[in-house]
Design a protein around this ligand. Structure first.
Ligand SMILES: N=CN[C@@H](CCC(=O)O)C(=O)O
Ligand SMILES: [Zn+2]
Length: 409
């Protein structure tokens, strides 16, 4: 799984793989990858005979720090009330904002920790975490501080994104610009206290316009932040083009991305982070045009978008199945999208997403006989063991003979 950079377009089909491989780990790092154990001494040996071994997965788009939950919205969804209508009525994101504002920092820490444990158990070892459920200075800082504490104490590696521009809170309903100015006013503090590396905005009907987003993100860029955009998730407004124009590191969702937008992503190198779990959960028929993106030479990554509203699942393996069946991505493209490309989408291309000598020993051993088995056998957890920085952080029941799971392996 070594790569010099993100894999774009048809290069996403490349998936270097060793059979009969040996991975050596010492002091938390990968020290050896080869096909023989000859001349190698080890204190502990894990026999992975017949099993797939990969780098830890990278989830480059999550909203993991939040208060409460939104199961009460399920009935509204069943009645056909659209996502943006629920938000307009003060529910949706704004309901989670209320629950996050009243939660203590320690509570949010414990809750996010629980979700991160679950993500680790599904084979994810690096994750991006967005704020955006505070929408006021105090609560946004509280969320970002929780992410920072988690980065310092949890086995998971976290990369933090400031999404203060996630929705317009009640108190600014009549004056969205004043709200955006308040969020912009936080950037110096966020920089000073190293609370986030990226700034994101929800560019969507009834939330922020393309022009508001351009202005907001340009100011964040001037202050030295990397940029991300929730772009063309529901209505095709042109957030994709904006992401490319501004040189954003990623443009996320992209269900309604135009032909022009897709071309621009390929030219700018902005990574398309696709979130098919969200499209599924919103009950949409039309998914992001991954095939067109790959044909045009775009770098595609995949993520869960784990959040309490539009995609409440930590199961990134389920996203593999959606990517295969609804985005028509090949298994090779899916693995690249969740490892190499995902790590570049959050500025961790040099640290995560590859199994290579000298890198962190973030390794997953799967109860699967080959890499295309995972998107196929869906809805369950195929992890056998997760190793983070050389230590076992998650171990599940062993199946001795994985080969027997498959007729062909
Ligand atoms: N679309 C905007 N933000 C999130 C959903 C947040 C929520 O519904 O709580 C997303 O990426 O899908
Ligand atoms: Zn999101």
């Amino acid at each position: 799984m070594e790569s010099d950079g993100p894999r774009a377009g048809k290069d996403m089909q490349q998936l270097p793989m060793l059979e009969e491989a040996v991975v050596g780990i010492k002091d938390g790092k990968v020290t050896y990858i080869g096909e023989t154990t000859e001349g190698i001494q080890a204190d502990d040996i894990i026999d992975c005979q017949g099993k797939l071994v990969t780098p830890g997965l990278v989830d480059p788009h999550t909203h993991v720090v939040f208060g409460g939950s939104r199961e009460h919205e399920m009935a509204l969804k069943q009645q056909g009330v659209p996502y943006l209508e629920i938000l307009k009525q003060g529910g949706g994101i704004l309901s989670t904002v209320e629950q996050t504002r009243v939660a203590s920092e320690d509570h949010l820490f414990e809750k996010a920790s629980f979700h991160l444990d679950r993500m680790l158990s599904y084979g994810v070892t690096t994750v991006e975490a967005k704020s955006g459920y505070g929408l006021d200075v105090e609560t946004e800082v509280k969320q970002l501080k929780v992410a920072k504490r988690l980065q310092e104490s949890h086995a998971m590696d976290l990369v933090s994104t400031f999404l203060g521009a996630h929705a317009i809170p009640h108190e600014f309903k009549e004056d969205p610009q004043a709200f955006l100015d308040e969020m912009l006013g936080m950037l110096d503090l966020i920089k000073l206290e190293e609370l986030a590396e990226f700034v994101d905005i929800f560019t969507e009907t009834g939330v922020f316009t393309v022009e508001q987003s351009r202005d907001f993100l340009s100011k964040a860029k001037e202050k030295g932040f990397g940029l991300k955009i929730h772009a063309d998730e529901i209505d095709p407004l042109g957030g994709t083009e904006l992401a490319a124009d501004l040189g954003a590191i990623s443009a996320d969702h992209l269900v309604g991305a135009s032909d022009e937008g897709i071309k621009k992503l390929a030219q700018s190198g902005t990574i398309a982070v696709l979130l098919p779990g969200t499209t599924f959960y919103l009950g949409k028929e039309t998914f992001a045009r991954a095939r067109k993106m790959i044909d045009e030479g775009v770098t595609v990554a995949l993520a869960t978008d784990f959040n309490p509203g539009s995609c409440p699942t930590e199961n990134i393996q389920l996203i593999m199945t959606f990517a295969a069946l609804r985005l028509k991505m090949t298994p090779e493209e899916i693995w690249n999208a969740m490892t190499v490309n995902a790590s570049y989408a959050i500025g961790r291309g040099e640290q995560a997403g590859q199994l290579a000598v000298g890198r962190k020993a973030d390794v997953v051993i799967w109860d699967a006989p080959n890499y295309f088995y995972l998107p196929y056998h869906y809805g369950v957890n195929h992890v056998n063991t997760v190793i983070k920085n050389g230590l076992i952080v998650s171990k599940r029941r062993d199946i001795v003979d994985t080969v027997s799971l498959s007729s062909k392996s």
